[in-house]
Design a protein around this ligand. Structure first.
Ligand code: SAM
Length: 192
C-alpha cells in the first residue's frame, strides 16, 4: 500500500535500471508523503526485512512533514537547498556518502509555466552541488524536472559530472504533463 501513486514511477524506473540495491544508502529529496521512500526502504533493505541481505539506509527530506516510516530517517520541515541541511545530511549518511540521490521535488506551481520550469531547474542544479558533498564516486542521481527552455542547461551540467545522462518519461507519468526525469549515472566526483 503506497502513500502516493508516484511510487509507480520509481518502481518503473528501478525495474528497468536496477538503481536501488540491498545495502545502498539513498537520499530521497522532496520525500513527502513518503511513497518513494517506501519503495527505497524495500529495495535497499533498510528496515532489515531480509536478514540474508545487507541493510541499507534511506534518508528522506522535505519542506513538509513526512509521516514516520520503518527503515527511513526523515528530516521534515527542511529545505534541501539550504547548506545547513546539507551538512546535517552528511552526518546522517554512513561515511557521509550516498549511493543514490533521488529527487521528486517540485515547487508549488504558480501557473506561470516558464517561471515554474526555471524554479525547478534551479532546484535540480542545487542537487549537483549536493552531489559534490554527499554522492559517492560512480553514484547515481535521479531527478524530476519540468521540460522547457533551460532543460539543456541542466543536461549539460549533469553531463559534465556524470558519465551517463538519460532522459526518462515513465509510463506512469501523465502524458499531458511536461514532467520528465534525468537519470544521471557514474558520478565523476570533481578532484578524484
Ligand atoms: N516522491 C514523493 C512521494 O512519492 O511521496 C512525492 C514528492 S512531491 C511530488 C514533491 C515534494 O517536494 C513536496 O512534498 C514538496 O514539499 C517538496 N519540496 C519542494 N521544494 C523542496 C525543497 N526546497 N526542499 C525539500 N523539499 C521540497
Amino acid at each position: 500500500n503506497f502513500r502516493c501513486r508516484s511510487a509507480f514511477k520509481l518502481l518503473e524506473i528501478d525495474g528497468k535500471f536496477r538503481l536501488l540495491q540491498p545495502g545502498h544508502s539513498v537520499l530521497d529529496c522532496g520525500a513527502a508523503p513518503g511513497a518513494w521512500s517506501q519503495v527505497a526502504v524495500d529495495k535497499v533493505n533498510s528496515a532489515g526485512t531480509d536478514p540474508t541481505l545487507s541493510q541499507g539506509t534511506v534518508i528522506g527530506i522535505d519542506l513538509l512533514r513526512i509521516p514516520p516510516l520503518d527503515g527511513a530517517h526523515f528530516l521534515s520541515c527542511h529545505d534541501v537547498t539550504d547548506p545547513t541541511t546539507q551538512a546535517k545530511l552528511r552526518g546522517l549518511l554512513p561515511n557521509g556518502q550516498a549511493h543514490v540521490i533521488l529527487s521528486d521535488m517540485a515547487p508549488n506551481a504558480s501557473g506561470f509555466k516558464d517561471m515554474d520550469h526555471e524554479k525547478l531547474i534551479n532546484m535540480c542544479l542545487s542537487l549537483i552541488d549536493l552531489a559534490e558533498k554527499v554522492l559517492q564516486p560512480k553514484g547515481s542521481l535521479l531527478c524530476k524536472y519540468w521540460d522547457g527552455i533551460l532543460t539543456h542547461k541542466l543536461q549539460e551540467k549533469l553531463l559534465s559530472v556524470f558519465a551517463s545522462v538519460q532522459t526518462l518519461k515513465p509510463e506512469a507519468s501523465r502524458k499531458d504533463s511536461s514532467e520528465k526525469y534525468f537519470l544521471a549515472r557514474m558520478y565523476k566526483k570533481p578532484g578524484m
